[in-house]
Design a binder for this molecule. Structure first.
Ligand SMILES: Nc1ncnc2c1ncn2[C@@H]1O[C@H](COP(=O)(O)OP(=O)(O)OP(=O)(O)O)[C@@H](O)[C@H]1O
Ligand SMILES: O=C(O)C1=C[C@@H](O)[C@@H](O)[C@H](O)C1
Ligand SMILES: [Mg+2]
Length: 182
């Protein structure tokens, strides 16, 4: 945590990390409003920069091209040191040394949920997430479990780890705020 300290002692940027469906976008916007800082959703920013939705980037250019664009946008934030809450894409901390850059720049917060809960949230919205798009509903929990196990070693290195599977956004948000304010 080396980022610019706010008057409240929070090292910005605050990066929310975690699996698809863990609540990064929803919580990120809530948290930024509470902290009175800007909110950026990295997935939406990549789409704006590339001029097309994520499924189309994957389909037309492939995953590696998406990862390169995602890393470029992320590293910009790491260098700018703005007072901002950033919701990252689910795979962002697991690609190259993206996680190290986030850790050096500010504060990383992992929203941790079990695979079963994630699968419940993701059922029906898989088409928007290319890495889950072809998975049959009955195979989703197992598929998410395998992906999560591979990613957990990255996610769990976050500065703060929050159990985000129980409770609504205000409860989880207040918990994150308490941890951030130390
Ligand atoms: N605490 C919560 N309890 C119940 N549902 C939630 C909670 N937080 C978010 N959700 C719901 O879960 C779904 C996924 O949330 P969200 O889009 O914020 O996740 P995400 O981590 O940004 O996912 P992605 O990485 O795919 O962008 C949404 O339908 C959202 O309304
Ligand atoms: O978990 C992932 O690898 C991804 C998650 C989404 O947020 C998007 O960044 C994209 O669909 C890839
Ligand atoms: Mg999101």
């Amino acid at each position: 945590m080396n980022g610019i300290l706010s008057e409240k002692g929070i090292a910005f940027p605050v990066f929310l990390i975690g699996f698809m469906g863990s609540g990064k976008s929803t919580l990120g916007s809530w948290l930024a409003a509470r902290l009175n800082v800007d909110f950026v959703d990295l997935d939406r920013l990549v789409e704006a920069c590339e001029g097309m939705p994520i499924p189309l980037i994957f389909a037309q250019r492939g995953e590696e091209a998406f990862r390169v664009a995602e890393r470029r946008a992320l590293l910009d934030f790491c260098q700018q040191g703005r007072r901002v809450v950033v919701s990252t894409g689910g795979g962002a901390p697991c690609y190259r040394d993206n996680l190290l850059h986030m850790q050096r720049a500010g504060t990383t917060v992992y929203l941790q949920l079990a695979a079963e809960e994630l699968a419940t949230r993701l059922r029906g919205v898989q088409a928007e997430r290319p890495l889950l798009a072809g998975v049959l509903p009955e195979a989703l929990a197992g598929h998410v479990g395998t992906m999560l196990a591979a990613r957990e070693p990255y996610y769990s290195q976050a500065d703060l780890v929050v159990e985000a599977g129980v409770g609504g956004i205000p409860d989880i948000g207040e918990q994150v705020l308490r941890l951030l304010l130390g």
